[in-house]
Design a protein. Sequence first.
Length: 284
Amino acid sequence: MEEKLIFVSVGATATAEQESFVRLIEDRLRSESLTPKTVGRNTFSADAPLKAITELMEHCSGIVVIALERSYFPAGLDKRGCPRQVSLTDTRLPTPWNQIEAAMAYTKHLPLLVIVEAGLKAEGLLESGYDWYVQTLPLEATALSSNEFNGVLADWKDKVLEMGAPPAGPARPGLQVLNPAEMSVLDLLGALRPVQLWSVTIALVGLLAGAFSLGAQLVPLLKERSQPTSDRSTLRARLNIRTEGLVLMDQATVAAHPVWIGPPFLIRQEKSSGIPGTPAERES
């Protein structure tokens, strides 16, 4: 049977009794061809805890929550100052990561196997009455060989096997897979989030504005190229070339004055233009 990865939600053990109990559950999973994975215990990452947990769950087919005592309060008050104030004694609480990881697994539709140490304050997702069965067990090896535990484990394992091999397995219940190739433009727009829709709209408006601006610049240039170029005075007027105040020099004068940085094309153009005051006129 192909081994499947199982996410095990358990805090760092504080006593030898807790460590022994967790190892018994891990060995039991391995005997069922299920590989236990726990962030910070047998799986490590350089990323932040939530990111590492999310990435690990993407490759798991189920989750086992082992809620062990983390905090102990000899006495306290629940809803202090409220008319329904309740006195608490010998209160034992698990790590809050059990609640966080159980909620994350539930949103991913992973089968949950919840094991709570006897004597813990049951609250949140560790309470009975949700979509999974909560087993309250003492930290003893015999608790893992009872008919109740074996029956619950077998039923949970069947659900794990039905999950397929994530992430390449079949789509999980409640998730709709969209194929853009089979969707119309309206369907694609409807599938966008509001932020994505605004981004697309702004991009389209910017693209249209750029197209109009480019067209406004190209049209006069195209019209100008279509005009005849025989009339030199008209062409100069279009190009806004003004000769008033310009000192036109022939090549000899330019060679004698290296500081001249005027455009060479102007000198070549004016030699053949016949404009009064040009080098051609002076030579004649």
